[in-house]
Design a protein around this ligand. Structure first.
Ligand code: NAP
Length: 278
């Protein structure tokens, strides 16, 4: 399956859809990730805190996809925000993955109470200069956090991975990211267990286009210009989720899905101003 790509602000290329790997672990996890690679996913999203970088590395070796076709993304956890810790965290991720570079590396959460995310950002800037990481980015950053890392280093993140699904469409953060030339990636892009498959704007569009509700939501993401990273352990769903480039939602359909948004639409109250993950 041919997946379109976006050019990032550093010149690297990012597939328009990727595969989320949380919480895939162990032999079943490896099998699910091998299947995703065989189905055609080329952007693979992991993190130190998913405790599955070894499984991701093993799946990459088993699937035999040429390394230069892959965009492997990991994330630095809150406990590694100190400059030296962020550098060693990245080396440890590479060791677990069995890779000599990451294609994309993110700061997982800003943890503003801890206040050290700018140190982690300086480490990422240096890791990119050394070639250990091709693209550097952040996750769950607000406009203030983005401004701070840019002001301190003059380097803008290539990506900001944020919670984004129909109940939380993030108009404001999408506009902030776009204004700064930062590509938005969407976590829990379907809405996880609260996926709004039965909501009329989703169900009606699915019927109109002869596709599944999950495909409508992922197509909505793609047309917003956001990069969704759906997770599925099921090969048939993995294939279905990737198959969203053969139809187009109308402006009315897009707007109706965005209108499902609610002020309290976050899945677990993960407001980056207050939520901290170590
Ligand atoms: P999601 O991808 O929105 O939803 C995953 C759930 O939906 C799974 O239970 C999956 O079940 C089911 N599903 C997948 N495709 C489906 C389909 N076509 N029809 C029906 N159900 C379907 O949510 P997520 O896993 O929370 O998020 C995706 C990725 O985002 C994660 O894996 C992780 O990589 C990343 N993430 C990042 C952060 C962050 O802070 N940066 C936070 C959360 C998540 P089956 O597996 O049984 O198919």
């Amino acid at each position: 399956m041919d997946i379109p790509t976006h050019e990032l602000n550093d010149g690297q290329s990012l597939p328009a859809i990727g595969f989320g790997t949380y919480p895939l672990r162990g032999d079943d996890g490896i099998a699910a990730i091998v299947s995703a690679l065989e189905v055609g996913y080329r952007l693979i999203d992991t993190a130190v805190n998913y405790e599955n970088e070894r499984e991701v590395g093993e799946a990459i070796r088993r699937a035999g996809v040429p390394r230069d076709e892959l965009v492997v993304c990991s994330k630095i956890p809150g406990r590694h925000h100190g400059y030296d810790d962020a550098i060693s965290s990245t080396h440890e991720s590479l060791e677990r993955l069995g890779l000599d570079h990451l294609d994309l590396h993110l700061i997982h959460w800003p943890n503003p109470g801890q206040g050290r995310y700018a140190e982690a950002w300086r480490a990422l800037v240096d890791l990119q200069r050394e070639g250990l990481v091709r693209s550097i980015g952040v996750s769950n950053f607000t406009a203030d956090h983005l401004r701070r890392v840019f002001d301190e280093t003059g380097v803008a993140p290539a990506v900001n991975q944020i919670e984004l699904h129909p109940y939380f469409p993030q108009q404001e953060m999408r506009a902030v990211n776009e204004g700064l030339g930062i590509r938005t990636e969407s976590w829990s892009p379907l809405g996880k267990r609260q996926a709004p498959f039965a909501e009329p704007p989703v169900a009606d569009a699915a019927e109109a286009h002869g596709v599944q509700p999950g495909q409508v939501i992922l197509r909505w993401q793609v047309q917003l210009g956001a990069v969704p990273i759906p997770k599925s352990a099921t090969p048939a769903r993995q294939r279905e989720n990737l198959d969203v480039f053969g139809f187009e939602l109308t402006k009315d359909e897009m707007d109706a899905i965005t209108a499902l948004g609610r002020p309290d639409g976050r899945l677990f109250g993960g407001d980056p101003e207050t939520h901290e993950e170590m």
